[in-house]
Design a binder for this molecule. Structure first.
Ligand SMILES: [Mg+2]
Length: 226
């Protein structure tokens, strides 16, 4: 599905962070499963993947309370965040070929992530990508509603002076693809992350009909150029 998108050249590329710039989802999902288990909620990895991938911590807490009757206390959250950041420092790697893809883009780009600002900066710092995104990083904590609502992508575009129609979003999660669509932006789904290789995940992404699906970041610059 890697083909030109057939439109005017992209003016701004908006990257999701987790699973798009950095290969963080296997680490994040592992830590969430451990935290939930410690709180007495044993969930299968597939269910955690389906329900919480690409969601902010605030949204995750809402889902846990509404659908599982579990209230995660501040101590549990702080502990999970501490372990996650330690694991990121030790294990986190960039998505293969992402630096090469960024170098080849012919337009500006930014990052818009469900994660907190400190986590975005940590993720991109330990993977060597932060200098490219400093001053161009947007967090769901800056808007009222997280993905799948369009708020964050609209905020990022408006902050940098671009209309939604001039933006191309790169996302790995169903919630993020839906958010981009709701924002009136074109969206490329990236399925090259370690967490995104299952047929189930790929089918879920394809069902949302993104403008293109790629599993190699080296295919992005040509798509963005249209
Ligand atoms: Mg993501």
């Amino acid at each position: 599905m890697s083909k030109p998108l057939g439109h005017a050249p992209t003016a701004l590329v908006i990257f999701d962070c987790d699973g798009v710039l950095v290969d963080s989802e296997p680490i994040a999902l592992r830590l969430l499963i451990e935290t939930l288990a410690a709180a007495g909620l044993g969930l299968e990895p597939d269910e955690v993947h389906t329900r919480f991938l690409g969601r902010s911590l605030a949204t995750t807490r809402e889902i846990l309370a509404a659908d599982y009757g579990l209230t995660l206390g501040e101590d549990a959250l702080a502990g999970m965040r501490h372990r996650l950041y330690a694991a990121f420092r030790a294990e986190l790697r960039p998505i293969p070929h992402i630096a090469e893809a960024l170098d080849a883009l012919s337009c500006p780009f930014c990052v818009a992530s469900s994660s907190q600002p400190e986590r975005i900066e940590l993720s991109l710092t330990v993977t060597g990508l932060w200098p490219r995104f400093a001053g161009r990083a947007f967090s769901a904590t800056m808007v009222a509603r997280g993905k799948p609502a369009p708020d964050l992508f609209l905020h990022a575009a408006a902050s940098l002076g671009y209309t939604p129609g001039a933006c191309l979003v790169v996302e790995d999660s169903p919630a993020g693809v839906t958010a981009a669509r709701s924002a009136g932006m074109r969206v490329v789904a990236f399925t090259g992350g370690s967490h995104a290789t299952s047929d189930c995940h790929r089918a879920g992404i394809a069902a949302l009909e993104p403008d293109a699906i790629i599993d190699d970041m080296r295919d992005l610059p040509e798509l963005a150029a249209g």
